[in-house]
Ligand binder design. Sequence first.
Ligand code: SF4
Ligand code: MG
Length: 266
Amino acid sequence: MKTSGRVLAAKVNSIKEEALFAVRSDNLPIWCPGCGYFGIHQGLNQAIQQLGLPRHEVVVVSGIGCAGRYPFFSNTYGLHTVHGRTLPVATGVKLANPKLTVFAVGGDGDGLAIGGGHLPHIARRNFDVNYLLFDNSIYGLTKGQPSPSSPTGFKTKASPSGSFEAPLNASLLALAHGASFVARLFAGDPNGIADALMEGIRHPGYAIFHLLSTCLTFDKQFKTWENLKKWVHPLSANYDPTDYKAAMAHVLEDDFSTGILYRRDG
Ligand code: SF4
Ligand code: MG
């Protein structure tokens, strides 16, 4: 066997031993090869597995977009719902059966545009849903239009002269809405995602995970892997996630720090 074949066989064996496929469905994700969403998928699978959550007590609710396909790739209960309505549906699921661990999953278009009106209300109710906002700053499924988190001047086929709108910052919005748990994470760091998810899942209230990701197929200028790897950095060791005002000031200054930005107990 050639070296590359041996490396692959060893990797497959280690995956089997760690049972990393236990939470995956038999449908392998059909995202573009190299899409950031694979890292998020791995992080969430890992968190569910490490916490030992029974799969029949986990529900993943998605909207529309590339992230909307998520429930097909998870061996848990799942609902692929309508555009921008992940949070109300997830709220209904949790209300109907509070024993369930509920994840709402969606992209920046789904969550910040058509679904943006739901963001303040789930935060102020502090409702115990875990929201994973996949933020690649582009509409990927519809082949690359600027989204609410695209930077001003962002050029796509749909905005050849550059987008003229100012971007929304999902972490800043979550803090402004009073979310009791806010984490910002990098799709290229599945272990970091898993660690923060485990903490957020245990948090007794609303938890939002702002996931910096890439759409390598349609974005060649902003959130590329190359740029994200340069820009993303962990929060400093002396950062205090319980200090709300400091969290707001930090997020206003820094768009790419990762870790738990804010946590409020009670
Ligand atoms: Fe990922 Fe973009 Fe492909 Fe969608 S279009 S799967 S976001 S790389
Ligand atoms: Mg997007």
